[in-house]
Every structure is written in structure tokens, then in C-alpha cells.
Design a protein around this ligand. Structure first.
Ligand SMILES: [Fe+2]
Length: 276
């Protein structure tokens, strides 16, 4: 997958607007959530255009639901297609999960049963998304608090079979790996070793909280040291094209976010990631 190197960026949130409106030299690119701009009204188009003038944009949707049978909400995929085109997104991402059962939206990233049948469904849907959107598609490993007893495959094997079968990229969320490793009692490094790291296009950094013995991917804090260590481990092992920090609440002073990006940039540069 020949893709440009974007560097380090942020997930765009409205709260960050005052710091991004004129461009910011500490932020190389922005990940945008298409659902925040749908329906794509004239005003939504204008807001996207303003961002696109200042930063490379990459889409990261929530509702493609590659683990589901059935169809999208009416007009959804057409809206995505228009956003990908308008933002000149060089790739597009969504989650390896399901968010819909038939026409019923779940409003949550729900883990797919790890079965041969689900591999086939995800591969079929991911291939269709790539064809529909006309850009490379990347799938993100989610954080999950449960799995069902339907599972017949191991999580790393499942991810590998889907991304290789669909010929798509991997959006590796390191805080999700860390949360799952803590909550389900496995070694995050051995897990990473078993993923198709040669397909990593993008990496998510994030932070969360620990509550009632569970590590939660709440996007409400800077990345913990464990996530930085995972980034140090994985960057020399993958051809990453873009890293971005996700935050939804508890925003610190913006300079603190820029420091977070600078730390990620230094790791990428130290390992020559831009030349991978
Ligand atoms: Fe993520």
C-alpha cells in the first residue's frame, strides 16, 4: 500500500477548534469523524473546507459496521463518499466490530464473535467499503470488555485473517491493546508480535481511566507510559504513515497535547518512520 507519510496529528474535536482554526505548527494532520459532519449540509461542507485548507484530513467513521450483515442507514455511505472526496482523504478508517444489527443502531463498538463466519462477513464488507469509497481502507482493533462463548478463533488470528483477506490496512490502537491486555490478562507485546504489523498504516494513541479493576478506553487522559513503551516497540516493526492522539473529554491546555505529539514525533523520527 503506497501511502503518503502524514506524521503526527489529532482527532479533530470541536473543543480544539480555537487552537486549530489558524493552523498549528505542532499538528501535522487531523483525523475527522464523518458522523460529526453528517448530514453534509452547506455549513458542514464549509467547516470541512476550512479544516482541509490548513491540514491533511483522514476520515475515521463509526457506523460502517463491517461485522454486520445488512445495509447502512439510507444515504450514509453516499455521505461518507462525499466526505472522503471533499477532504481528499488519502485513506479511510473504521473499527473491526459491529455497530448495527439489521436496521437497529447499537451506538457502541461491539466485539464481533471470533469465528470463521465472522471473518468472511468482515472481509466481504471491508472489500465493499474500499470499492465504494475509492481509497485504501484501514480497520482498527477495538477495546472490548467481553467476548461471547461463540469464539473459535484467537483475537490476533482473527484480525490477521480479516485484514489480509480484505487486503486492507491495520489501524493499530495501542491504548486498546493495552486495555485488552490488562482486562483479559495477556501480554501486549506477544499480542503485537502476532499481528500483521506489515499492514499498519495508522496508529492511535489515547489514554483512559482505571475503574473497579477495569482499564477503560475513555479518551479522557494523556497516554500512559505503557502506551509510549508499546509505541517505541512497534514503530521500528511497521510501515506506519500517521499517528494520532484521540481525546474526547478532560482536555488539558492545548500545549500539553502539542507536547504529546512532539513526543510521538521524536519516536517516529528516531526510527526513520517517514522513510518506511
Ligand atoms: Fe482508537
Amino acid at each position: 500500500m503506497e501511502l503518503p507519510y502524514l506524521g503526527v496529528g489529532l482527532s479533530y474535536r470541536w473543543d480544539l477548534n480555537p487552537h486549530l482554526a489558524r493552523g498549528n505548527p505542532g499538528v501535522d494532520w487531523l483525523e475527522v469523524t464523518p458522523e460529526h459532519f453528517l448530514p453534509l449540509t452547506d455549513d458542514a461542507e464549509r467547516r470541512l473546507d476550512v479544516l482541509a485548507k490548513r491540514y491533511p484530513l483522514v476520515g475515521h467513521s463509526l457506523e460502517l459496521s463491517v461485522g454486520s450483515d445488512g445495509v447502512d442507514a439510507p444515504g450514509y455511505r453516499d455521505g461518507l463518499r462525499r466526505i472522503v472526496s471533499r477532504t481528499k482523504s488519502v485513506w479511510h478508517g473504521d473499527h473491526l466490530c459491529f455497530t448495527r444489527v439489521g436496521p437497529l443502531p447499537l451506538r457502541a463498538l461491539t466485539p464481533v464473535p471470533l469465528t470463521d463466519e465472522a471473518v468472511e462477513t468482515c472481509v466481504r464488507n471491508a472489500r465493499a467499503v474500499r470499492a465504494d469509497l475509492g481509497v485504501p481502507f484501514v480497520l482498527e482493533n477495538i477495546a472490548y470488555l467481553f467476548h461471547t462463548d461463540l469464539d473459535t478463533l484467537d483475537e490476533a488470528d482473527f484480525i490477521r485473517r480479516v485484514v489480509e483477506g480484505a487486503d486492507c490496512g491495520l489501524l493499530l490502537d495501542l491504548h486498546n491493546v493495552y486495555c485488552n491486555a490488562v482486562n483479559h490478562g495477556y501480554d501486549a507485546y506477544r499480542f503485537l508480535d502476532r499481528l500483521p504489523l506489515d499492514r499498519v498504516v495508522q496508529i492511535h494513541l489515547a489514554g483512559g481511566v482505571t475503574a473497579e479493576g477495569l482499564r477503560l478506553d475513555s479518551h479522557s487522559a494523556p497516554s500512559p507510559e505503557e502506551v509510549w513503551q508499546l509505541l517505541e516497540y512497534v514503530v521500528p516493526r511497521c510501515p506506519v504513515r500517521g499517528v494520532n492522539f484521540e481525546m474526547d473529554s478532560g482536555f488539558p491546555p492545548f500545549v500539553r497535547l502539542v507536547e504529546e505529539l512532539a513526543r510521538a514525533r521524536a519516536i517516529l523520527q528516531r526510527h526513520g518512520a517517514s522513510k518506511a
